[in-house]
Design a protein around this ligand. Structure first.
Ligand SMILES: [Zn+2]
Ligand SMILES: [Zn+2]
Length: 228
């Protein structure tokens, strides 16, 4: 409770432990223990054990419609709690921080940055009940550092889907099929689809397929965290 109060009152409190930290960041101690997703499938960012990252069995057998995935963290404590704060309690300092970390990782790669950031849209009914789209908030956090245009209009969710975490893979795939429509602005563009968490990847794969159908040239997926 004291920690919670500190976090609310003191802007320089660490976003995880409420100890001392530069404003809007995590302290050195927390940072050292974060579950960075360093060894992962280059296509879907599935966390892997071996030291040399290779394409995972899922992607080898059934390649997704996106080209590559950048996931800053594994979906584990304390990142899961940070994302829950963003998703369910409108803690936008978490999206600013997570977005900054993603931006840093993206900028450090030798490959070109995308032209557009496309937040995975919520269905209008979900957006109305939540009041904001956490994926858009994350994209805002990224663009504060990288100044890439956020395109929040091209992709629309045409069918509502339930929360993905905790569902069976087959159930998820059936639910998300043809859930999105994407407009012509993405034609010939290099885009990054932005989401808070990637579970199996079936949701972003469905959006990627719609973006591909609309003519997107290169499709990346950027997420704060990947479920192992
Ligand atoms: Zn801390
Ligand atoms: Zn993979």
């Amino acid at each position: 409770m004291i920690d919670l109060l500190r976090r609310w009152i003191i802007p320089s409190a660490c976003l995880i432990c409420a100890g001392e930290a530069a404003p809007g960041t995590v302290c050195a101690g927390c940072r050292a223990g974060l579950p960075w997703n360093r060894i992962a499938c280059p296509v879907c960012a599935l966390p892997l054990r071996s030291a040399d990252a290779h394409v995972c069995a899922h992607c080898a057998a059934d390649p997704p419609h996106f080209d590559t995935t950048l996931a800053a963290f594994r979906y584990e404590a304390p990142i899961a709690q940070a994302i829950a704060g963003l998703k369910y309690h409108a803690q936008f300092r978490q999206s600013r921080w997570l977005g900054a970390e993603l931006a840093q990782l993206a900028a450090n790669r030798p490959t070109p940055l995308p032209d557009l950031l496309i937040p995975v849209p919520l269905h209008p009914s979900r957006l109305r009940s939540r009041g904001y789209n956490q994926a858009l908030e994350l994209a805002r956090g990224i663009t504060r550092r990288l100044a890439i245009e956020i395109d929040w209009k091209s992709a629309v969710r045409v069918r509502a889907t339930a929360d993905q975490i905790g569902k069976q893979a087959r159930e998820r795939r059936r639910e998300v099929r043809k859930a999105f429509a994407v407009g012509p602005k993405v034609a010939g563009r290099h885009v990054a689809l932005i989401d808070d968490v990637m579970t199996t990847g079936s949701t972003v794969d469905d959006l990627a397929r719609a973006a591909r159908d609309a003519g997107a040239a290169r499709i990346e997926v950027w997420v704060a965290a990947r479920v192992p």
